[in-house]
Design a protein around this ligand. Structure first.
Ligand SMILES: CC(C)(COP(=O)(O)OP(=O)(O)OC[C@H]1O[C@@H](n2cnc3c(N)ncnc32)[C@H](O)[C@@H]1OP(=O)(O)O)[C@@H](O)C(=O)NCCC(=O)NCCS
Length: 397
């Protein structure tokens, strides 16, 4: 089998492989939109003779980290191996080359979303944001008397409101760890609202506030279920106002949303139990390519005590691990390679999971994934990595 950069002539075969791998055809215009985030040398194919049996690539992305800094990120996507060539090392072959290219291009961090949870830790990726699915039984939900009622929500036509959504999203993604810049081509793709993306639901319905918006579809028969596609609020007032409007959809039954575990939505209700957690899964996976650069880029909790720790980070895939001295003072980190004895030992996947604050060092230590003899030090790591704003993926890719 041979591996090479994909050419324009490969895309027809890649479209077939993609349709087989994911069990659905991808619209040609949509594929063209996503390809604007890539470049000719960023897509690979593996061929058996003349037949394309594997493909993968990476997108040029911008990732917000705690404190609001934005890192260039290589977003791996469109990974498929033909069912005729599974478990022969084709994915590994492509990942070796992709990560060589990502490192050579100077990306400090790589990202992906995973079709299955058991594949990517071996390549140094850890789940770094959590999608919590809430299902709200709207018919019984009562707003709490203390819930704000700021108003200001308008019903709008999604296709006509792209500029307003994009301006709010831009503010949102700059403050939320895991936020991703969304280029115009992807806005056009989202608002094209193609039939094959609706999963049996209606076209987009949209509500707009000066500091937030929601896109949703209605599914099924009476009472219909509202499935929220995107809810972005930059202020608590926008969050409360949009939820009031959604809860006012009198003929609808359940409201379903994927959100961050920190979403204050349940507290808007007199009976928080009516916002039931009906799912919890990983969303954004990260892999640090340059550990010191990435650890220095984020802010840490300034309320935590000063921290100095030597970590041994294992990278079983490439040689990006090693021993590092991390010092944090007033929320700012320094990080340098060191020969000093390690106090904490962990895999690169685990360090990547800690990065956006969605997972705690103490929980990973309890599971044996982070090893440290000093419990007080683990608690100091918890305190330092915690974030003011809950991490959430900008969009799936
Ligand atoms: C997932 C997929 C890309 C794996 O490709 P593959 O060529 O069979 O994988 P490889 O043979 O190179 O395996 C690489 C490693 O991953 C492991 N692995 C592969 N698929 C796995 C799975 N589904 N679950 C757990 N481990 C898996 C292999 O055991 C191997 O481990 P090792 O090298 O440490 O021994 C392929 O099954 C596929 O195309 N699936 C459908 C589409 C998809 O899920 N794409 C991924 C989108 S994120």
């Amino acid at each position: 089998m041979t591996l090479r950069t994909a050419t324009d002539g490969d895309w027809a075969a890649m479209a077939v492989l993609g349709a087989v791998g994911f069990g659905e055809d991808w619209d040609a215009e949509s594929m063209a939109a996503w390809r604007t985030l890539s470049a000719p040398d960023r897509s690979l194919v593996v061929c058996d003779g003349d037949t394309v049996v594997g493909m993968s690539g990476y997108l040029d992305m911008e990732l917000t980290v705690p404190g609001g800094a934005v890192l260039p990120a290589a977003g791996i996507s469109y990974v498929v191996v033909a069912p005729t060539h599974r478990r022969c090392g084709v994915l590994r072959m492509m990942y070796d080359e992709l990560h060589r290219r990502i490192a050579d291009s100077g990306y400090p961090i790589a990202a992906l979303t995973a079709s299955e949870g058991g594949i990517y830790a071996r390549f140094g990726y850890g789940p770094a944001t959590i999608d919590q699915q809430l299902t709200i039984d709207r018919r019984f939900a009562q707003l709490h008397p203390d819930a704000p009622d700021p108003g200001g929500v308008r019903l709008v036509k999604a296709a006509d409101s792209g500029a307003e959504f994009a301006a709010i999203y831009q503010r949102w993604r700059r403050r939320v760890p895991g936020g991703l810049a969304r280029p115009q081509a992807l806005w056009d793709d989202l608002l094209a609202d193609r039939e094959n993306t609706r999963e049996g639901g209606t076209e987009w319905f949209a509500m707009l506030h000066a500091d937030g918006y929601v896109l949703y579809r209605a599914h099924g028969e009476h009472p219909k279920t509202v499935r929220v596609g995107e809810f972005r609020a930059v202020t608590p007032a926008a969050h409360a106002a949009l939820w009031r409007a959604l809860l006012g959809l009198d003929l609808m039954g359940n409201l379903v949303i994927e959100t961050s575990p920190d979403d204050p939505m349940p507290y808007l209700l007199t009976d928080t139990r009516l916002a039931t957690t009906t799912g919890r899964t990983d969303a954004l996976w990260l892999r640090m390519m340059n550990i010191p650069a990435v650890l220095k880029a984020r802010r840490y909790s300034s309320e935590s005590a000063e921290l100095a720790v030597v970590m041994a980070v294992h990278d079983g895939f490439r040689g990006d691990g090693g021993r590092f001295a991390l010092t944090i003072s007033e929320g700012v980190a320094d990080c340098v390679p060191t020969q000093a004895e390690a106090e904490v030992e962990l895999g690169l996947d685990v360090l990547s999971s800690l990065y956006l604050g969605a997972h705690r060092a103490s929980a990973l230590a309890a599971a044996g994934r982070l090893r440290c003899r000093d419990d007080a030090l683990v608690r100091r790591l918890d305190a330092a990595f915690v974030t003011d704003v809950g991490a959430q993926i900008g969009y799936h890719f």
